[in-house]
Write a protein that binds this ligand. Structure first.
Ligand code: SF4
Length: 223
């Protein structure tokens, strides 16, 4: 388990490294290229021994897949992970995916695991309006609008009362075609989220753009 610069959690664990999505802005792939965690980024690998670190002394919020997407976790990896989570319910476990089918599958595994406490949170990544259709295919606790690549009309969140939190972040890194969000994109989301009583947490990448309108509401997994 590693302390992290990701502002909305205490640590990352990453029992799986690698991803086949191929997003052009992928920071995790660059990290793997730099540090060589696995040989082939598109052939995800399971590091079962990392799960032992979930037996923490104090409660932590742990992002479980900052170096993968759960879409590519094998069933036995999911089973093993939830088995260990069920023995350590004091922590909050946060899973993020771009794939609604993966989230549906993980929720089934979570519900199958005996004595599973209510400590697991699922989120989906949405970067533009066309991604919003994914919300009709799964139930999530939060939505990650990161990197936000265009204006996103979240009015449809009214049909998804299960969404309690939005995280918004700008693309980081030095990619040639990097997209810098406009302030009004974020203002529009904040206004609509307010009317739906959804919490908004902006990542530090938005500080400069948002100025005095920068905000970080409390997180639903804070204990
Ligand atoms: S889903 Fe995440 S880990 Fe996978 S390629 Fe895209 S940014 Fe990278």
């Amino acid at each position: 388990m590693k302390n992290t610069k990701i502002e909305w959690c205490d640590a990352t664990l990453n029992p799986v490294i690698g991803c086949k999505h191929g997003c052009p802005y992928c920071y995790a792939k660059s990290m793997n290229k730099r540090f060589g965690f696995i040989e082939n980024w598109e052939d995800p690998q399971f590091f079962i021994e990392r799960l032992r670190q979930l037996n923490t002394a104090y409660p932590k919020s742990v992002f479980m897949d900052s170096m993968s997407d759960i879409a590519f976790w094998k069933d036995e990896w999911i089973e093993k992970t939830f088995e260990v989570i069920s023995r350590n319910p004091k922590n909050s476990y946060i899973f993020l995916s771009k794939d609604p089918a993966a989230i549906r599958k993980f929720i089934i595994f979570k519900n199958l695991t005996r004595r599973m406490a209510d400590c697991v949170f699922f989120g989906i990544t949405i970067t533009n309006n066309s991604d919003l259709l994914k919300l009709d295919e799964c139930e999530v606790d939060f939505v990650s609008l990161e990197p936000i690549l265009s204006p996103v009309n979240i009015s449809c969140f009214a049909n998804h009362p299960e969404i309690k939190q939005i995280i918004i972040g700008a693309e980081t890194g030095t990619r040639k075609d990097k997209i810098i969000p406009e302030k009004w994109w974020i203002d529009d989301i904040v206004r609509k989220a307010g009317s739906l009583q959804i919490k908004v947490f902006m990542k530090n990448s938005l500080k400069e753009i948002m100025g005095s309108d920068f905000r970080q509401d409390s997180l639903i997994w804070s204990k």
